[in-house]
Design a binder for this molecule. Structure first.
Ligand SMILES: [Zn+2]
Length: 604
């Protein structure tokens, strides 16, 4: 049986024409050869696996070829070419600076080029990963670069150009290698499959190219792996399975659910994805990339940026017609944020679900331009069972603190509006929630408040935006009405009050913001506390708070009752860092020992 040679080596390009996806760059190099205008140092920059070292070797061979072709390619037949192809040429020295980065390593290789070449005209030194050289090694290199022997050509290669000393950069002719396009990689894989007698589905090779992220070497090694896995017949299914790759179709489906505000369906689809064993963070990253592709498909100019197989392009363009730019901007940013925060999320699944819920609730008419999730929610659920789906997902996690405040909002609203029929995207604009009663309410409030600079109240105001302290007046304005309000409005002013407390009330303020506040019948505001200490802490603020809510909501019947409730573990966790730590120790004893050994304190 033949020894197996990895495809990346077996099919390493031997000529510039074989090099995939770097046409402009190879043409420039060939022109340099035919016009005999060679620089003494080149710098090849670009991502890994895009052909930097391969091009350096082809270049070294071509400039030493005894019978070069007219277009600058090596003949691959002369003695010099043969010695290159058999890897016994003395005219090429390679050093990988990632492994050999000392000044001695650089000196050793420079010493080897002191003797002029016996065969051919040039000695070529390829320094791979040159950004990894130590400072002294880089200086030694610089000296030689300043006064190189006429027959020496340096080719430096790096994935990180910005780390190269400017003094070195200035002595090199710089070539930027691009990531390879999916279609180029797919084309090359087809060539290899053809030569190896491997059958394939076009979609399948496309998936491999995607996974390789622009690098041919990676693409070929994945190709080898899948070939082994699938026994020489590469199908779309076999690639999905062996690469643990999520079918594009999921991304198309998810985007459709999100843009159509189908929270339920999005949650179920995500459940499906999780059940298939996919990681939520990877999914969110993939979804962000998918949405980016949808965005560039909207415009004829940017559609060129769509780097996917031809058969997928039409699908992207079709989906892009259903998504507004505002939605896409918001969705891309939200999904990207989630995939970044995923690693540190306390409840990873929930982190993804919140991102999906918020994206599905994105509203075109949001004046914040999509910078934050819309707080005025449309009806989202198809049936009355739906709110339960939200309720089963506890929306507050301690690890997702920045989201906690926001996250407490959607559930009650969703519940309160659940009975309304589902509105489609197009109908939303025409059914902006009844502006008239709201305007009249605002007018009344303006009349009833003595402070002129107080902000008018609208339900559009997002909770998050309340940054500046609000002036709180204890004396009541003349007459208060009995304007109905909902829990969302209540929570808004509750948070506003808590956030406006003086710095010395910081602890109370924090606690208040984390409390469960429910709106009961007859304007009763029920506050849940979990222990006496919390009760004592909150109690003194209640009269002021009551007056504040009455005034802000223009309803004199508002009254607050504190209710002591049993604390669930989850509530403990979100309560304070010390309790959080206790819960963590319960789960992992080592943590407690560590705290004792190192005498660590949990900061409140
Ligand atoms: Zn030759």
């Amino acid at each position: 049986m033949k020894d197996f040679i990895v495809s990346a080596r077996k099919y390493r390009p031997q000529t510039f024409d074989d090099v995939v996806g770097q046409r402009a760059l190879s043409d420039t190099l060939k022109r340099a050869i035919t016009s005999h205008k060679l620089a003494s140092a080149y710098l090849f920059c670009g991502p890994r696996g895009v052909g930097k070292t391969t091009c350096a070797r082809i270049f070294a061979k071509a400039i030493n070829c005894m019978n070069p072709l007219k277009d600058g390619e090596a003949c691959n037949a002369c003695e010099s070419c043969m010695s290159f192809n058999e890897q016994r040429s003395m005219n090429i020295q390679e050093l990988n600076a990632a492994a050999n980065n000392s000044v001695e390593d650089v000196r050793a290789i420079i010493d080897q080029v002191r003797i002029p070449p016996q065969l051919g005209k040039y000695k070529v030194i390829i320094l791979d990963e040159v950004h990894m050289l130590s400072a002294s090694a880089a200086n030694a290199l610089l000296k030689t670069l300043e006064e190189p022997p006429s027959y020496v050509i340096f080719i430096l290669a790096t994935t990180e150009k910005q780390k190269i000393l400017p003094t070195i950069l200035s002595r090199c002719q710089i070539f930027d290698f691009n990531r390879m396009e999916i279609e180029d990689i797919t084309g090359n894989l087809k060539m290899v499959a053809g030569k190896e007698g491997i059958t394939y589905e076009e979609n399948a090779l496309n998936l491999i190219a995607q996974k390789a992220d622009g690098g041919m070497r990676d693409a070929l090694s994945i190709f080898d792996q899948v070939t082994n896995f699938s026994g020489g017949n590469i199908t779309y299914e076999s690639v999905l399975k062996s690469l643990n790759f999520l079918d594009y179709d999921y991304y198309f489906q998810m985007t459709e659910k999100l843009v159509e505000h189908q929270v339920n369906a999005a949650m179920l689809l995500f459940n499906d994805i999780v059940n298939k064993g996919f990681d939520g963070g990877v999914f969110m990253g993939g979804l962000a990339s998918h949405l980016r592709n949808v965005m560039v498909s909207r415009d004829e100019e940017t559609v060129a940026l769509l780097d996917v197989a031809a058969n997928l392009k039409t699908r992207y363009v079709e989906q892009s017609k259903k998504c507004s730019l505002k939605f896409l901007y918001y969705a891309i940013a939200r999904c990207d944020r989630c995939s970044n925060e995923y690693k540190n999320a306390y409840n990873k699944r929930l982190a993804v679900e919140i991102a999906l819920i918020e994206t599905a609730q994105f509203n075109e008419d949001d004046t914040s331009g999509g910078a934050r999730p819309q707080k005025t929610l449309k009806s989202l659920f198809r049936d009355t069972n739906a709110p339960a789906a939200v309720a089963t997902a506890p929306v507050v996690t301690p690890a997702a603190k920045p989201q906690a405040k926001v996250a407490t909002q959607p559930a009650p609203e969703a519940v309160s509006q659940a009975k309304e029929p589902v509105k489609t995207d197009s109908s939303i604009k025409s059914t902006v929630p009844s502006p008239l009663p709201k305007i009249s309410k605002i007018a009344k409030i303006k009349l009833s408040t003595s402070s002129a600079d107080e902000k008018p109240r609208t339900s559009q105001q997002p909770v998050e935006s309340v940054q500046e302290p609000v002036q709180i007046q204890t004396e009541q304005p003349a007459v208060l009405g009995e304007i109905p309000f909902d829990e969302k409005q209540l929570l808004y002013y509750w948070q506003q009050f808590a956030q406006s407390l003086e710095p010395e009330d910081h602890v109370a303020s924090m606690r208040m913001q984390g409390l469960d506040v429910l709106l009961k019948e007859d304007e009763l505001v029920e506050v849940h506390v979990y222990n006496d200490m919390l009760n004592k802490l909150i109690l003194p603020y209640i009269p002021r708070l009551e007056a504040y809510l009455q005034r802000q909501l223009n309803n004199h019947k508002i009254h607050i009752a504190i209710k002591k409730v049993e604390v669930t573990e989850e509530q403990v966790v979100r309560f304070n860092p010390r309790d959080q730590f206790k819960t963590m120790v319960k789960k992992n004893k080592t943590l407690g020992l560590l705290q004792k050994d190192l005498d660590l304190q949990v900061e409140l």
